[in-house]
Design a protein around this ligand. Structure first.
Ligand code: NAI
Length: 253
């Protein structure tokens, strides 16, 4: 599996211990030119520095608010001008709120859907303009176990609904785009042991969560990034419209 001569755009890849940064490192270390996009430019630049330290692949940071259509259009144009193509789009940027259903204010509902769902429609449309011309593309969207089974420690019902929407959108795009050499898949992580999980869960709550995971541990960002990388590879050309669970068996369907 190598990404030589491939150009990838990964959104939300600035977070220090996040899935996006690890994915950017995985793709770059296998030869890709990675565009690290985040609303937090300093974070994106930090990811680029980590990639430079790997001494493989190449990376470029851009500030991008995925909820802003004009910024999305400009970002994709800039990528094509600079690198000549766009092969891989990883729609990773996402937010969550643990609000219970009766307490969700309308603005919070809209914000979750703007960041987690509408942004994917913007980015997918722009990327597809390039990918269709190339006759090649890989789109990987971030779902969640919460979108399949409902609930979760970190996300409310709006978060679950948004991730279920991502899955439905991705399956329809997969059908439409298969004739053009473009695949579209979803990765649905279970609970990943990041700073967030470490910070929000007591040791007791963490142990209780782990007891519900047959593999017996929380997931890692590497577990997710490897899966994204595989779906983003040439070798995964016969997989499309799939939602891949990476959850240690905590939800099996
Ligand atoms: P994270 O919070 O570490 O990273 C998310 C990144 O998105 C941050 O760098 C943030 O600056 C960026 N971002 C937020 N709003 C943005 C916007 N409007 N425009 C551009 N960038 C924006 O999150 P993490 O944990 O790495 O999650 C990544 C994806 O995986 C998300 O879609 C999340 O819903 C999903 N996921 C994460 C799980 C976990 O346990 N960490 C479990 C299931 C799904």
């Amino acid at each position: 599996m190598n990404f030589n001569n491939r150009v990838a755009l990964i959104t939300g890849a600035g977070s220090k211990r996040g899935i996006g940064r690890e994915t950017a490192k995985q793709l770059a270390s296998r030869g890709a030119t990675v565009v690290v996009a985040d609303i937090d430019l300093a974070g994106a630049q930090d990811t680029v520095s980590e990639i430079a330290a790997l001494g493989k692949g190449a990376a470029h940071a851009i500030q991008l608010d995925v909820t802003n259509r004009d910024q999305v259009v400009s970002a994709v144009q800039e990528i094509v001008e600079k690198f000549g193509r766009l092969d891989i789009l990883v729609n990773n940027a996402g937010i969550t709120r643990p609000t219970r259903v009766m307490d969700i204010p309308e603005e919070e509902w809209d914000l979750i859907f703007k960041v987690n769902v509408k942004s994917i429609y913007y980015l997918t449309q722009e990327a597809l303009k390039v990918m269709k011309k190339q006759g090649y593309g890989r789109i990987v969207n971030m779902g969640s176990v919460s979108g399949k089974r409902g609930g979760g420690v970190f996300g409310g019902s709006h978060y679950s609904a948004s991730k279920a929407a991502v899955a439905g959108f991705s399956k329809a795009v997969a059908r439409e785009m298969a004739p053009y050499g473009i695949t579209c898949n979803v990765v649905a992580p279970g609970m990943i042991g990041t700073d967030i999980t470490g910070g929000l869960l007591t040791e007791e709550a963490k142990a209780e969560n782990i007891r519900a995971i047959p593999v017996g541990r929380l997931g890692t960002v590497q577990d997710i990034a490897f899966t994204i990388a595989f779906l983003a590879s040439e070798e995964a050309s016969y997989i499309t419209g799939e939602e891949v669970d990476v959850n240690g068996g905590s939800h099996i369907d």
